[in-house]
Design a protein around this ligand. Structure first.
Ligand code: GDP
Length: 429
């Protein structure tokens, strides 16, 4: 049964004043309480060459010592290493994940250095998308590993960006909030730093690299964000070493000629980075990751899978219709494949049959040939046999004649001997 919803004709909302306290003004507090008890998560990706100061900066930023083992310079490729920590400040719990790009910039051929980073970011988006697509999803207590901020460490060359920096940032800018920073800024002179910063910014603009824009649409942060944007890329110094300055201990790097104070804004932009990354824009970075970067990944992925919001006539296309269309397309393809396979099978059988017939014919021919050869051989043998038999009978005949002659000769011989004996005897008597 359809339910009619009555609305004012001009669809406008009317302002009404309340005559007493109702209580919905506690809604923001309810949200704060809920979020606080749930805890927050924040994931930072540090991209930069080995030894550029990534681990030191993370330790300095969060005022702690994270586990890290210095990487060697002979990694065969770039590998991403993620480590998660539970931190607590006042009553706010933060699940922090720091992802390091081990081996970045260490290979002779750096063409593919950006690939493992892009793959890592996409894998985290994919994991979230898979959770979202589940029937029974649990996004409430899901450990979100999507990267909220990418700190890109630029070497303090004072010169310009390397092509590796530009290529990597270009590949990442649609997937993550990039905050470029100049590392080890204590190694670059003040006047050079100013020029270096403008050179980097103009190179980023001319190469169409989109870095994270500090939001200026919300009143409370608009001013500070607008002021801070001018200082990009932040030139930072990292150190966990505490040095006594006046009567206060502060983080610094000590040199024979002086001390660089990490938290002194005249020495470097560390404080600005901490303000922008953690104190002012952490929630915006999380939000941008979800509404901009993840949304883009999700849209492309669903479109790739064949889902769309409208049909070719720009009419809304429901999930059910997409599913039906995909199913029919799949079944059609399946039938086509089946038919192709059947035809292929018939063809193969025919080919095999022809092959067998050919082989049978060959065999027959071979058999006939052998038979003929055998008969010829047999005839030759028979002829030879006949010849031999004839020879044998001739021989027998000759042998018999010879024996006859021999016996006649013997007989004649013995008669002569007898005659001679008789003659001898007669002469004696
Ligand atoms: P990773 O390989 O990028 O994590 O670099 P590490 O944080 O391990 O730092 C490598 C070396 O650089 C260590 O000796 C650090 O003390 C030094 N280092 C770190 N940050 C700075 C910095 O801001 N300035 C200078 N001059 N050295 C730094």
């Amino acid at each position: 049964m359809a339910v009619a919803v009555e609305r004012p004709a001009n669809d406008e909302l009317r302002n009404l004043s309340l005559s007493g306290h109702v209580g919905f003004d506690s809604l923001p507090d309810q949200l704060v309480n809920k979020s606080t008890s749930q805890g927050f998560c924040f994931n930072i990706l540090c991209v930069g060459e080995t030894g550029i100061g990534k681990s030191t900066l993370m330790d300095t930023l969060f005022n702690t010592k994270f586990e890290s083992d210095p990487a060697t310079h002979n990694e065969p490729g770039v590998r991403l290493k993620a480590r998660s920590y539970e931190l607590q400040e006042s009553n706010v719990r933060l699940k922090l994940t720091i992802v390091d790009t081990v081996g970045f910039g260490d290979q002779i051929n750096k063409d593919d250095s950006y690939k493992p980073i892009v793959e890592y970011i996409d894998t985290q988006f994919e994991a979230y998308l898979q959770e979202e697509l589940k029937i029974k999803r649990s996004l409430f207590n899901y450990h979100d590993t999507r990267i909220h901020a990418c700190l890109y460490f630029i070497a303090p060359t004072g010169h310009s960006l390397k092509s590796l920096d530009l290529v990597t940032m270009k590949k990442l800018d649609s997937k993550v909030n990039i905050i470029p920073i100049i590392a080890k800024a204590d190694t670059i002179a003040k006047n050079e730093l100013h020029k270096f910063k403008s050179k980097i910014m103009s190179e980023l603009v001319s190469n169409g690299v989109q870095i994270y824009q500090f939001p200026t649409d919300e009143e409370t942060v608009a001013e500070i964000n607008a002021t801070m944007s001018v200082h990009l890329p932040f030139a930072v110094v990292g150190s966990t070493e505490e040095v006594k300055i006046g009567n206060k201990m502060s983080k610094a790097r000590q040199y024979p000629w002086g001390v660089v104070q990490v938290e002194n804004e005249n020495h470097c932009d560390f404080v600005k980075l901490r303000e922008m990354l953690i104190r002012v824009n952490m929630e915006d970075l999380r939000e941008q990751t979800h509404t901009r970067h993840y949304e883009l990944y999700r849209r492309c992925k669903l479109e790739e899978m064949g889902f769309k919001d409208t049909d070719p006539d720009s009419k809304p296309f429901s999930l059910q219709e997409t599913y039906e269309a995909k199913r029919n397309e799949f079944l059609g393809e399946l039938q086509k494949k089946e038919e192709e396979m059947r035809q292929m099978f018939v063809m193969r059988v025919k080919e095999k049959e022809a092959e067998l017939k050919e082989a049978e014919k060959d065999l027959h021919e071979k058999f006939d040939h052998l038979k003929r050869t055998h008969q010829e051989e047999k005839k030759k043998v028979d002829d030879k046999k006949k010849e031999l038999e004839e020879e044998l009978s001739n021989f027998q005949k000759k042998k018999a004649a010879a024996q006859l002659l021999q016996s006649q000769a013997q007989q004649a011989g013995s008669q002569q001997t007898k005659k001679d004996k008789d003659k001898k005897n007669a002469s004696f008597t």
